[in-house]
Design a binder for this molecule. Structure first.
Ligand SMILES: NC(=O)C1=CN([C@@H]2O[C@H](COP(=O)(O)OP(=O)(O)OC[C@H]3O[C@@H](n4cnc5c(N)ncnc54)[C@H](OP(=O)(O)O)[C@@H]3O)[C@@H](O)[C@H]2O)C=CC1
Ligand SMILES: CC1=C(/C=C/C(C)=C/C=C/C(C)=C/C=O)C(C)(C)CCC1
Length: 317
């Protein structure tokens, strides 16, 4: 059987876990999944989700994207070091005023979200080029296209990922390789919980009162509601990603949440760059009424898009 080898990072929870289980359970058994995580003590939820695929179409391996030796050891352990599809998923968030964040905290985000991808590719890309075959799939974010209030460093890390991939994609074409950026909006995972809990713990005394109030009373106050309204499940992201890896000509960018697309499109509608910033500003600060009305509108759209996604899935079966 000519199975494609898929290596996924960050499979201890969230999107990585859903992706690994979903791809391993592919009805046509088209994939052999190496689901990796930095701490194998956290493997239990994946073992449970993998069920009977464990040891058949799914194997769990250790890989820390911040450690080159760990990446090399993992790739060396694969038959012929072959990776047909790399899914770079491991990542972390960071919210809050920059006055309250240390440079070390910021570096950890860049090291994981951006250099983590770079380290993976330095190990895997040369073999893909030799074979003239391969698909690099990166779990980016809508924040790889557009910054969001109090996500300055996280957005910077995803912009870095997107700039890096845009440059590399041109070279990759010469070697018949595909690169795809998956751009989810909010997804209900450990990410959301960790980021929110860390947000509540921030010592806001280093920020001025107006900034501290904005973070507490605008951002944190609305955070859970935004995720509940706009949030997708990690299984949704897994379905979208499975579609992308089975396409003959996969797109370079794929947004998983159609509700978010109008916001990201504003960027391309105004070369001056003011339109998305003004719109976000108005949405957040100018009138609570507009904000609440938009939330209600989003709830309605979400219901409709859920329906259409289900229909699309039905059609493809
Ligand atoms: N949730 C969201 O709203 C969105 C998330 N994303 C992106 O999706 C990806 C997955 O996040 P999500 O599933 O939501 O969050 P989770 O926190 O549930 O999962 C993150 C995963 O990354 C792993 N990880 C962190 N650092 C490293 C490292 N150094 N080496 C290997 N693995 C590591 C975590 O492992 P451990 O358990 O050991 O910490 C965990 O398995 C991230 O890239 C994130 O930026 C994009 C858009 C929206
Ligand atoms: C909470 C909140 C907002 C939106 C937050 C969003 C949309 C977060 C998205 C997070 C993602 C996509 C994370 C992973 O990549 C607004 C609208 C700024 C208004 C103020 C409060």
């Amino acid at each position: 059987m000519n199975q494609k080898v898929v290596l996924i990072t960050g499979c201890s929870s969230g999107i990585g876990l859903s992706l690994a289980a979903r791809i391993a359970k592919d009805e046509k058994k088209r994939f052999m999944v190496y689901a990796t995580m930095r701490n194998l003590n956290k493997a239990e939820p994946l073992i449970e989700a993998a069920g009977r695929t464990l040891g058949r179409t799914l194997e769990i391996k250790k890989l820390d994207v911040c450690d080159e030796d760990s990446i090399k050891a993992c790739v060396d352990s694969l038959p012929e070091r072959r990776v047909d599809i790399l899914i770079s998923n491991a990542g972390m968030g960071l919210i809050g005023p920059i006055e309250c964040q240390s440079i070390d905290e910021m570096k950890t985000v860049m090291d994981t979200n951006f250099f983590g991808l770079v380290r993976l590719l330095k190990e895997i890309l040369p073999d893909m080029k030799k074979r003239k075959k391969g698909h690099i799939v990166v779990i980016s974010s809508v924040m790889g296209i557009q910054g969001i209030l109090f996500n300055d460093v996280y957005a910077a890390s995803k912009f870095a990922v997107e700039g890096f991939c845009e440059s590399l994609a041109i070279q990759a074409l010469r070697f018949n390789l595909n690169i795809s950026l998956i751009e989810p909006g909010p997804v209900l995972t450990e990410f959301e919980r960790k980021v929110y809990e860390e947000g509540l713990k921030i010592d806001l005394s280093k920020a001025d009162k107006a900034t501290a109030d904005m973070f507490t009373n605008v951002y944190l106050k609305n955070y859970s509601q935004i995720f509940e309204t706009l949030g997708q499940s990690p299984d949704d992201i897994a379905e979208h990603t499975l579609k992308i890896i089975t396409m003959e000509n996969p797109p370079f960018r794929h947004q998983t949440n159609t509700l978010y697309t109008p916001m990201t499109t504003l960027k391309y509608a105004d070369p001056n760059g003011d339109l998305p910033i003004d719109t976000f500003y108005k949405m957040v600060f100018e009138h609570d009424k507009v904000f609440n009305a938009s939330l209600n509108f989003l709830k309605l759209l979400r219901w409709r898009s859920r329906k259409s996604f289900t229909l699309e899935k039905d059609k493809s079966n």
